[in-house]
Design a protein around this ligand. Structure first.
Ligand SMILES: *Cc1c(COP(=O)(O)O)cnc(C)c1O
Length: 403
């Protein structure tokens, strides 16, 4: 029998147990969450928090939204998993809805963002083999983030993620973001694709220059190579339109999605134009990918997001939050920048106080993400309302006033 670790009030101490049994790959916030509703979550002691992390930009409709809960309950009673050897209804419904509402023609479902990007990279390589004389190299950018599989670590242009795992799979090359000349210079006969995030999320909520995405897209057209957009963080309404590419006058050949697509259930997807959808039968697959349970939840999520105009609401609430943050910037001279789009925003300081600010916010009932040692990120549920934004800004202001 294992040792039984008890915490306060004789309850099991989950945080101590985690440290005993779980691989210690991340520094966690000392908070055990047991319940969520809308933009609020509760810990074991029943303390309430306003959630501006939102499952890491995942809970697009907030926690336990009734349409998502209903879809999961109903589907769980009918069919949870069937092999992809068979047709299932929610998978096709979700595929149709995504294709009808994007510039892409076909989709493949998987279980996470990294897996979606892996699929996109494999598809680009197949395209290169078939149509580009075997070109296989994919150009990405510094400060990008594309996931944690070995190939996506190679694609991610950040040394800290790569160094522990070298040597990495080859075929990826990173250049500076917002530098079209660097992309042109890096393009060779071996290049099959360029992969970018419309706004770099993990790398710092870094905004593209006015013309950057259009210039990269045009360059891809000129060179007949593929333009891949990783919309895993920016997609599904996060930046104020269903997909961020809509705001930059570009259309990707391949687009990847995950985070907000299922409002909490694990699902990823990559979509492609018809002429790029070149996988032959047997060349790609997944046991769980597109399973009925997650697809029913994602279909309910996406349908609600589209039918209720959630991206437009995210744009308005995002603007309201950004204005509030700008107002804080005017009041506190150690705030150096507010940036982002829609409900993907960052607040930067002139020194490394983000950890301390995050912890003080936590103590006052607000969850925010420490994006960098000197910056916070805000990625609340898209259904957040102005009153909740006011509440968050109030807590943030009181924390910053105490510094
Ligand atoms: C989160 C994220 C990923 C990785 O998604 P996982 O589901 O963690 O594998 C990839 N790309 C971007 C832009 C992301 O934000």
């Amino acid at each position: 029998m294992g040792q039984r670790l008890l915490g306060r009030d004789g309850m099991r101490d989950w945080q101590q147990l985690e440290q005993k049994f779980y691989m210690q790959t991340m520094k966690r916030v000392p908070l055990t969450l047991v319940r969520g509703q809308g933009a609020k979550v509760w810990d074991e002691q029943g303390r309430e928090y306003l959630d501006f992390v939102g499952g890491w930009a995942v809970n697009s409709l907030g926690h336990c939204h009734p349409v998502v809960v209903k879809a999961i309950k109903e589907q769980a009673q009918n069919l949870i998993q069937a092999s992809n050897q068979f047709y299932t209804v929610p998978q096709v419904q979700l595929a149709e809805l995504l294709i009808q509402n994007s510039c892409l023609d076909r989709v493949f479902f998987c279980n996470s963002g990294a897996e979606a990007n892996e699929g996109a990279a494999k598809l680009a390589r197949r395209y290169g083999k078939l149509y580009l004389n075997g070109a296989y190299e994919i150009i990405t950018t510094h400060q990008s983030f594309h996931g944690r599989t070995l190939a996506m670590v190679a694609a991610t242009g950040q040394h800290k993620f790569q160094e522990p795992y070298m040597p990495l799979p080859n075929g990826f090359k990173s250049v500076d973001y917002n530098d079209i000349r660097a992309i042109r210079a890096a393009t060779t006969e071996q290049t099959c694709a360029i992969m970018l995030e419309p706004i770099q999320g993990e790398g710092g909520v870094n905004m593209p220059n006015e013309r950057y995405l259009k210039e990269v897209c045009d360059w891809c057209r000129e060179k007949n190579i593929l333009f891949i957009l990783d919309e895993i963080q920016t997609g599904i309404g996060r930046t104020g339109t269903l997909f961020a590419y809509e705001q930059f006058d570009v259309e990707p050949d391949i687009m990847t999605l995950a985070k907000g697509l299922g409002s909490g259930v694990p699902i990823g997807a990559f979509l492609a134009k018809e002429q790029v959808s070149v996988f032959a039968q047997g060349e790609h697959g997944s046991t769980f990918g597109g399973n009925p349970l997650v697809c029913a939840a994602a279909y309910a999520t996406l349908k609600f997001i589209i039918d209720s105009g959630i991206p437009e609401k995210a744009k308005r609430t995002g603007r309201y939050l950004a204005e509030g943050l700008e107002s804080l910037k005017r009041q506190f001279d150690f705030i150096t920048e507010v940036r982002g789009r829609g409900l993907l925003l960052a607040l930067e300081f002139d020194s490394d106080i983000a950890e301390a600010v995050t912890m003080s916010c936590l103590n006052k009932g607000l969850l925010v993400n420490r994006l960098k040692p000197n910056a916070l990120r805000f990625m609340p549920p898209l259904i957040i309302v102005e009153k909740e934004v006011d509440e968050a800004l109030g807590i943030l202001k009181s924390v910053l006033s105490g510094r």
